[in-house]
Ligand binder design. Structure first.
Ligand code: NDP
Ligand code: MG
Length: 380
């Protein structure tokens, strides 16, 4: 029986995880859930599932009175407290941005397996996380569709025979625009992803392709593959979720209609491939053809920068993530333009003080420094 706690239950990944829990009550027990500000979602969830633990961003007396058998936690400290309870064995981390990092680390230290959507965790401190996984004998299952694909393609093979990981990318909201057409794009258009319906932050990360850059770093840490052996290919339909190329020339791919229920469910119910929540057969005859295009690193400079940052390692991942988190927040608030996101990230990385083997404290300081740097850059 999987006994799970979902952090970020009210978000895009979180709500799809709840769908799966409700579909498989004999396999999955939902022990706890956190939301940020969406208290009405939690209220609705509590009316269906008797959660042992729940967490909201702000204190909520009404829920405490309505559900006296549930223990409530609050704020950032509450997210950590959720990860410290006894009665679960898998944390689904569906928080967005830096907020996901400390809860992942805390769950690992408490010997809980992780199903990870929050890729920012690995960008911020992949080395510390890997070390903690090893020390505590904890398994981390990827939820990100590309990494779920690679995970599946690698099963039963010998890592020494891997030549390349090839991560597919749809190209995001502005994939049909040239660089000089990006100057005046609107927030509204940036939020219209051509294939996936996701939270705002990752939708913007997909438009800048920072998301693909993060996924390169995520793949490096998940599968222990050197950066020079991780490539990206553009694939507009998002049907092939990634490839593994082996030294004998064999190219393995995992395909499905684009629907996050599948990788989320696989991460929770691994190694089972049970009928997915929204089973949707891939009709190859109707599909007809699939399209691929070489990755253009000049068009999407953040992918190249992320790869370089990954190679340097140290505290630069934390700087990259914080600069991007803050810049995306300013863009979503209408304070800076779309191309200013790139500018913020590039300028912040260029001015960061490099620390090769940062402590947790130094990671936190680098994060705060980069946030401050971006705020100052735009007088915010
Ligand atoms: P959403 O924005 O849809 O959801 C984020 C969740 O985190 C919400 O429940 C939100 O609560 C909560 N949250 C946000 N900030 C805080 C905070 N400071 N404290 C406590 N809770 C907070 O994000 P997504 O579901 O799209 O993405 C989640 C993660 O999964 C990201 O790391 C993303 O990169 C990754 N991912 C997402 C995919 C997708 O299809 N969406 C695909 C692959 C990866 P509330 O809304 O109640 O305020
Ligand atoms: Mg992805």
């Amino acid at each position: 029986m999987k006994k799970i706690i979902i952090l970020g239950a009210s978000g895009s990944i979180g709500t799809q995880t709840v769908d799966i829990c409700l579909k498989y009550p004999d396999e999955i027990e939902l022990v706890g859930a956190s939301v940020g500000s969406n208290v009405s979602y939690l209220k609705d969830l509590l009316s269906k599932v008797p959660l042992k633990y729940a967490c909201t961003k702000e204190k909520c007396e009404e829920l405490k009175i309505l559900y006296p058998n549930t223990t409530f936690f609050y704020g950032d400290e509450g997210l950590i407290r959720m990860t410290e309870v006894e009665e679960y064995n898998l944390l689904v981390n569906a928080l967005v941005g830096f907020s996901g990092f400390k809860p992942t680390l805390s769950a690992i230290v408490n010997h809980k397996d992780i199903a990870l959507a929050n890729k920012e965790t690995l960008v911020v401190a992949g080395d510390l996380i890997k070390q903690a996984l090893k020390e505590n004998d904890v398994t981390l299952y990827p939820i990100d569709s590309e990494h779920s694909a690679i995970f599946q393609c690698l099963l039963g093979s010998d890592k020494r025979d891997v030549k390349r990981l090839i991560i597919t990318g749809s190209g995001g909201s502005f994939r049909d625009l040239k660089r000089d057409e990006l100057k005046n794009v609107s927030l509204e258009d940036a939020l219209k992803h051509p294939v996936w319906n996701m939270g705002n932050k990752i939708t913007i990360d997909s438009a800048t392709m920072m998301n693909k850059g993060f996924e390169i770093i995520e793949a490096h840490y998940l599968f222990d593959i050197p950066y020079d052996e991780i490539d990206v290919v553009l694939h507009s339909e998002s049907i092939i979720h990634s490839f593994v190329e082996f030294k004998d020339g064999s190219l393995m791919a995992q395909m499905s209609n684009p629907d996050m229920h599948l990788p989320i469910q696989y991460a929770i119910l691994y190694p089972r491939h049970m009928e997915s929540y929204s089973y949707n057969q891939l009709d190859l005859g109707k599909l007809g053809s699939l399209h691929f295009k070489e990755m253009d690193y000049e068009r999407y400079p953040l992918v190249k920068i992320a790869k370089e940052v990954g190679k340097f390692g140290g505290n630069l991942g934390a700087v990259l993530n914080a600069a991007n988190d803050k810049a995306v927040e300013l863009f979503l608030d209408g304070k800076i333009s779309f191309l200013d996101i790139e500018k913020s990230v590039i300028d912040t990385i260029g001015h960061a003080k490099y620390i090769k083997h940062p402590t947790l404290d130094e990671i936190m300081q680098s994060h705060k420094w980069a946030e401050r740097y971006v705020r100052k850059m735009w007088n915010q």
